[in-house]
Ligand binder design. Structure first.
Ligand code: SAH
Length: 263
């Protein structure tokens, strides 16, 4: 019997942010493979086996999932957010590329999920209304010089910049350095969001200026998505609540001014 493999995203945390298609893939699975804390979010069910693994072993975990599928199991590989955004879908294809040719005959599907930056943006208003980009600050898989080169290019192009994996115990200084780089290209009052654990009970959303964000860099953690506004990103004050953060859809035809001149 031929098995199957689906890579799916559970969304940022809230159960109502799991898509019906991802839920159907979970319901159909005989085996769930993923990082322990994500699997904990899926209820136990008879006839469904959970294979929890550690955080840093993505390709091994992906190869295990492919092996199980090749043995005829219906496997769901579980990620947080969207499985294609800094997550397991790419690890599955890395393992597929390097693995036995027979694995390529397996039906592999990817079910999208709501990624952290979209959930964070929705909470804040509409900060991604113009052009934006996403950068992982983790230098586990790429040199830090690549991260800073991409950041510098994104800053020069005046994108809204979403920073995933901003900080961890093993990487305590990268966010501070990234925000210092941003301060060289953007005004000190540029809105910066620290969106933490969006969709979970301990969710928090902080709307800071770039200057405040630099001072607060150490208060972010691995559950935080940091969003640096573009030159057009602004706040709309409101009574009795945090301001809305939004980026207008339109940009002047001419290249826009930034704190450091013109881009
Ligand atoms: N596949 C995930 C991202 C994995 S990288 C997705 O699409 O969202 C892990 C990083 O995602 C974290 O360090 C954090 O920056 C961000 N993240 C994941 N879930 C989050 C949440 N609920 N709230 C805020 N940021 C989150």
């Amino acid at each position: 019997m031929i098995g199957s493999l689906t890579v799916l995203g559970l969304g940022p945390g809230a159960p109502e942010w799991i898509t019906p298609a991802a839920q159907a893939a979970l319901d159909a699975a005989s085996d769930l493979v993923g990082y322990g804390p994500y699997l904990d979010r899926v209820p136990e069910r008879q006839g469904r086996t959970k294979h929890a693994s550690d955080n840093r072993v993505e390709v091994e975990r992906a190869a295990q999932a492919l092996r199980l599928a090749a043995e005829g199991r219906r496997v769901a590989v579980v990620s947080g957010g969207d499985p294609g955004v800094f997550a397991m879908a790419a690890a599955v294809f890395e393992a597929l590329e390097a693995g036995p040719a027979a694995w390529r005959a397996l039906p592999i599907t990817v079910e999208p999920g709501i990624t952290a930056m979209l959930a964070a943006a929705a909470r804040a208003g509409a900060p991604l209304g113009g052009d934006f980009c996403a950068i992982s600050l983790s230098d586990n898989l790429k040199p830090w010089e690549v991260v800073t080169a991409r950041l510098a290019a994104a800053l020069a192009a005046d994108f809204v910049i979403c920073l995933y994996n901003p900080i961890s115990k093993a990487r305590p200084w990268q966010l501070g350095e990234a925000l210092a780089l941003a301060a060289g290209r953007r005004a000190a009052d540029t809105p910066v969001l620290f969106a933490r654990a969006v969709g979970r009970p301990d969710e928090s959303l902080r709307i800071l200026t770039l200057a405040e964000a630099r001072a607060a860099a150490g208060t972010a953690d691995m559950a935080t998505l940091v969003m640096i506004g573009a030159s057009g990103t602004r706040l709309i004050a409101r009574e009795g609540g945090a301001p809305y953060v939004y980026t207008p859809r339109s940009v002047a035809k001419r290249p826009c001014a930034t704190s450091q001149g013109r881009t």
